[in-house]
Design a protein around this ligand. Structure first.
Ligand code: SF4
Ligand code: SF4
Length: 291
C-alpha cells in the first residue's frame, strides 16, 4: 500500500474542562455541561471516521484540547483506534498525565505518543514520575514539559534529574515573561531547545507549512491553517480542505507557540523533530556529549 504526502492535523473540539487548577490557565477546574461533552464525543467520533477513510495521505494527528482529554474515554478510544491504521504515522495528545495509562497497552506503541506537561502545585513530582515509568513499561513515546515560570525552576531541575536521559524535557517560555540573559542560560541548560521558545518568532510574510501540509481542525470540521489564524480554508467533511491546501506566507506578525512555529519554514524544525514533530521529541535525543 502506498500513501500520499504527509499531512499534519491538529484537532481541537469543544472540550474545555480540566481536573487541574493551574493558576496560569483559563480552563482550570472548568466543568463542561453534559451536552457539550456529548457534542465533543460525537465531533471526535466523526473526526476519527474521517481519518479512517482518508487513506490517500499519510496522516499525523495531534489532539490539542483546551482542557484535559485523557480523562474522557472517547479520546483514549480514538488514540487506540487511530494508532492501528496503516496510513496513520502518528497520533498524539497534549495531556497533564493525571489519568491512568493502562489503556495504552491496546494502542500501537510505534504510533501512539504523548506530549505530557508537568504542572507544579497540581501533582507531586513522584506521582508524575510514576506515570512516566508506566509509559516506559508500555514502550510509549512521550515528551515531558514545564512552563518556564521562575517559581517552576527548582521542580524542573528535579524533574530533569529524575527522568531517564532518553526522555526529552522541554521548557515553554511563560506568556508575557521577559527572560534575562541569565534566566535564558539557566533554562537552556535544562532544555537545549529553549531558544526556540524564549522569544516569539517574527513570522509575517514568512513561508509556513501551515495550510499546505499542516492544518488545524475544529469539532465542526472547520479547517484553518493553524490554531492562530482564524480564517477558514475549507471544511474536512465536505472535501473542501483539499482545494484549500497550498503554499502560503504567514499573515500574523508573531508566532509564539510551539505547535505553530514548528511549521514555520525558515526555522527548519521539521528537520530537528522529524518523526517526533507532534509529540515534541527531537530526532536526535539525547544529544551526544562531545568531550
Ligand atoms: S492541566 Fe492544562 S488545561 Fe488543565 S488547568 Fe493546567 S494548564 Fe489548564
Ligand atoms: S507561522 Fe505560526 S501563525 Fe503563521 S501560519 Fe505558521 S503556524 Fe500559523
Amino acid at each position: 500500500m502506498s500513501f500520499g504526502d504527509d499531512l499534519y492535523v491538529l484537532y481541537r473540539g469543544p472540550l474545555a474542562s480540566c481536573n487541574y487548577n493551574c493558576p496560569y490557565c483559563p480552563f482550570a477546574k472548568r466543568v463542561d455541561p453534559p451536552e457539550l461533552l456529548r457534542g465533543d464525543k460525537s465531533d471526535l467520533e466523526r473526526f476519527v471516521g474521517w481519518v479512517r477513510e482518508t487513506t490517500d495521505r499519510r496522516l499525523s494527528v495531534l489532539f490539542t484540547p483546551w482542557g484535559e482529554g485523557l480523562t474522557r474515554s472517547w479520546y483514549r478510544d480514538a488514540i487506540v483506534e487511530l494508532s492501528h491504521l496503516p496510513h496513520v504515522a502518528r497520533v498524539a495528545i497534549q495531556t497533564n498525565l493525571a489519568a491512568r495509562t493502562g489503556w495504552l497497552s491496546a494502542a500501537n506503541p510505534q504510533v501512539a505518543a504523548l506530549w505530557a506537561t508537568f504542572h507544579p502545585g497540581q501533582v507531586t513530582i513522584e506521582r508524575f514520575l510514576s506515570r512516566c515509568r508506566e509509559l516506559d513499561a508500555l514502550g510509549v513515546r512521550y515528551s515531558v514539559g514545564v512552563v518556564g515560570l521562575p517559581a517552576h525552576f527548582d521542580d524542573a531541575v528535579a524533574l530533569r534529574a529524575a527522568l531517564p536521559p532518553s526522555v526529552y524535557l522541554w521548557i515553554n517560555a511563560a506568556d508575557g515573561h521577559v527572560y534575562t540573559a541569565d534566566e535564558e542560560r539557566r533554562w537552556t541548560a535544562l532544555d537545549p531547545r529553549f531558544g526556540d521558545s524564549v522569544r516569539p518568532h517574527a513570522s509575517l510574510g514568512q513561508p509556513c507549512h501551515a495550510g499546505e501540509t499542516a492544518i488545524s481542525v475544529l469539532g465542526d470540521g472547520t479547517v484553518r491553517r493553524c490554531h492562530f489564524i482564524p480564517a477558514p480554508i475549507g471544511n474536512l467533511y465536505d472535501g473542501t480542505w483539499r482545494a484549500g491546501l497550498r503554499p502560503r506566507a504567514c499573515g500574523n506578525s508573531l508566532c509564539d507557540c510551539h505547535i505553530g512555529y514548528v511549521h514555520l519554514k525558515p526555522l527548519q524544525l521539521r528537520d530537528v523533530y522529524a518523526d517526533g514533530l507532534l509529540e515534541r521529541i527531537p530526532a536526535v535525543w539525547p544529544l551526544e556529549v562531545v568531550s
